[in-house]
Design a protein. Sequence first.
Length: 256
Amino acid sequence: MPQPTAGDVFVNMPLTNVSLAYYQSQDVYIADRMFPIVQVQLQGGLVWEWDLQYVLINGMEQRSEGTETRGMGSKLNQKQYFCIPQGLHRDISDMRRANEVSVLPTGQIVAGAINADRNATTLLTSQAVQKREITLKASAFGTSKWTGMADKAGVAGVPGANQFKQWNDAASTPVKDITAQITEIGLTTGVFPKRMAMGRPVWDALKTNADVLDRLKFFGTPGQPTQVTLSAVAALFGVEEILVSSTVQATNIEGN
């Protein structure tokens, strides 16, 4: 058999017009829609908060002719903020950049499918947005996070105090549960919520729940079945928007 063979002398050349990469869509993140991003000039300081009780208390009363109206005050509370710098980088050498080329069969050198600068920009931007989402979940999704509101827990069995039947149960009543919670928040704070936020598994349970489907089924037609959309369910619950966080985080060590 002649040596070397055809396979020995042939060099596989990479395609110059495509490479494969996977990034999460921006649609899976909700942090900047759930809470606004506030720009600050100083790393730490105070945030003024107008005391809610002075807004809810009503001091209007009848005034006799020629007399002064009753006076009313207000109260300012102080909240502290501190911004912790965070960052991440990716090293790219000049030699790496110089070698990101492909050689055509004609001998012409062209830009390759790999662009380290573009890849690093996309990756680091994704990392920053993902970190914000992780911080949001740790700060807002959990027990004992909301002052003045009792935590509610979904259970598989018979619900007790501050409990409700899990929404993946056919006997659950999510419309009643959410309506009651919205009312409780509104009557406690004087402000009714406009948005709901949840994770993907909760949304999957909601959109397939019989209690929800039964209220939406009449909106479909023979040629166009009912679409269980975020906007349709938001209207059912009486809120402007439902936000679903679908971000995925790998917890293994880099390279493993």
